[in-house]
Design a binder for this molecule. Structure first.
Ligand code: ZN
Length: 527
């Protein structure tokens, strides 16, 4: 029959392209995707044209691109619960080690993704290689290439706003849009924004010792201290009504670790004000140094996360690689042991950066297998994740208790301890998981402060109000004797910045009054 081989080849390639959507979306219900008629027609048409391609190199190229892009898309979607954003694609290539670790730990959720991917590749390969007698046209690859260029060209013409994820459409639709946008718009650097420089006045420091503990992926809404129904913060609860303790709902500046650290340590506020980070005008480590503080950073994570945070002003910096053995042996408690090894100065700024309770949340059970209020396993992902998350916060509370004891020993006088998390975490809200997504839950963090034998007025700012990372950074700076005045500040409006702050990123403004946060419509920096 005329074109019989081409038709069979078309059917196999089409099924190969659509299999992940059908299996993961309809049968296993791991993804929220579907196969709209437009996708079905597009895929069948594309596969039909592809079946006429003669050039093997070109076919190999198409297959490689499909495998890489769809692998990233499917794993991202299955893990986070939503299609990948073009801005997160570079991250996928840069953080391969961290992704591999999380991927391996999430194998129970992701194995079906890999099965679907392998079957999909197999079908496309059979369709292209096995049916050798299919009719082939010498320059047909040019036509395929032209078709593939349509979306990138449209992305280029229409700009980043052309790209929007569609969580109920097909993976192919989302992959083509996301990667096209990434390809043509990823180099769109932040345009110079017209901001006035910060005005910083220096005076006498108000407190001798400041300890800043930065948690990992901790959201306040799962802490008993903030009203969660399980009693998973007994130590913090015991401080709740003492005059030396203050806590408030916090709002982080970003949804990802690296940018959150960059923004916090640089007292960053206005979207796109990247020159502030370049110049380090309002950098907390720089201010500490200038005000005569000895500065220490101990991190249980990779040092590259501290890129552009001003570590050049830090006297003693230790990260994961420096304490790898101890971290493996006892987790974040290794950080507490480090405190006793410091040769402290007259005034000190100590930053402690945690690894717990990053996913997988139950890592701490290696050291404390019995520390949990509920160890029952359930197959429901949302219930199980929330349970593991709330259990991990019980460990976190224990860690805080141990850490405060150690701080009281080495710095018994004139000390203020601050705590916040780099960002929060989605644990099943609206079917979403993880961080990096520009969602209100991801910026929900705790902020608390403890005054150790010093004036309690130093922590009063965190009582019964909303505090942002920006507010906290300015307050710490003020305690060190440096008052930051930002002429570009709106008294009510603050901002959540994207996971990547050097390109034309998306940000989310929010309005704050003392008790409420109102998130406003997301905006792109360059319009
Ligand atoms: Zn983080």
């Amino acid at each position: 029959m005329f074109l019989r081989e081409n038709l069979v080849s078309t059917i196999l390639i089409s099924i190969g392209f659509l299999l992940p959507d059908f299996y993961l979306g309809t049968i296993a219900e791991i993804l929220t995707c579907s196969i709209p008629l437009t996708t079905l027609c597009g895929v069948v048409g594309f596969s039909f044209i592809l079946s006429f391609v003669k050039n093997r190199w070109f076919l190999g190229f198409i297959l490689t691109v499909t495998i890489i892009t769809q692998c990233i898309q499917l794993n991202h979607w299955a893990y986070f619960g939503t299609p990948i954003h073009s801005h997160d694609i570079s991250k996928a290539f840069l953080e391969v080690d961290e992704i591999a670790e999380t991927g391996a730990a999430s194998f129970a959720q992701l194995w079906q993704v890999w099965v679907a991917t392998c079957l999909s590749i197999l079908l496309i390969l059979i369709g292209l290689i096995y049916f050798k007698k299919r009719k082939r046209i010498p320059y047909c690859w040019v036509l395929v290439l032209l078709i593939l260029c349509i979306t990138p060209v449209l992305s280029y013409i229409k700009g980043p706003s052309f790209f929007y994820t569609k969580p109920t459409s097909s993976t192919i639709y989302n992959t083509i849009r996301a990667f096209s946008d990434w390809l043509v718009n990823s180099n769109s650097k932040v345009k110079a924004q017209d901001y006035k420089p910060y005005n910083i006045t220096y005076g006498t420091s108000k407190v001798k010792n400041i300890v800043v503990i930065i948690g990992e992926s901790i959201s306040s809404r799962y802490m008993h201290l903030y009203g969660y129904d399980k009693k998973n913060t007994p130590f913090l609860d015991s401080l709740k009504n003492t005059p030396n303790f203050a806590f408030s709902r916090g709002v982080s500046s970003s949804v990802a670790t690296t940018s959150a650290l960059q923004l916090f340590f640089n007292s960053f506020h206005n979207p796109g004000f990247v020159s502030l980070i370049r110049k380090k005008d309002a950098n907390l480590f720089r201010i500490a140094k200038q005000q005569g503080y000895k500065t220490f950073v101990i991190s249980a994570q990779n040092e590259k996360l501290f890129h552009d945070t001003g570590v050049e002003f830090v006297d003693s910096f230790a990260s994961e690689k420096d304490i790898k053995k101890d971290l493996a042996k006892k987790g974040d408690e290794a950080l507490i042991d480090m405190l006793e090894t410091f040769s402290l100065g007259y005034k000190n700024l100590i930053v402690i950066h945690l690894r717990h309770i990053h996913s997988p949340f139950d890592t701490y059970t290696k050291y404390y297998p019995d520390l949990a209020f509920n160890k029952q396993k359930t197959k429901d992902r949302e219930t199980q994740t929330q349970q593991e998350y709330a259990n991990a916060l019980l460990y976190h509370d224990y860690w805080v208790k141990e850490c405060i004891n150690a701080i009281q020993k080495i710095l018994p006088l004139d000390t203020v301890v601050f705590f916040t998390s780099d960002h929060g975490e989605l644990v099943g809200e609206r079917g979403l998981y993880g961080h990096n997504l520009m969602e209100p839950e991801v910026v929900d963090v705790p902020i608390w402060a403890l005054a150790i034998n010093t004036n309690p007025s130093h922590i009063a700012f965190a009582k019964n109000t909303i505090v942002s990372h920006y507010d906290l950074a300015k307050h710490i700076s003020a305690l060190m004797g440096a008052t930051i005045i930002n002429p570009n500040e709106d008294p009510k409006k603050q901002f959540i910045h994207s996971s990547e702050i050097y390109t034309n990123y998306q940000f989310m403004p929010w309005d704050k009054d003392s008790q409420n946060v109102t998130f406003l419509k997301k905006e792109w920096l360059n319009g």
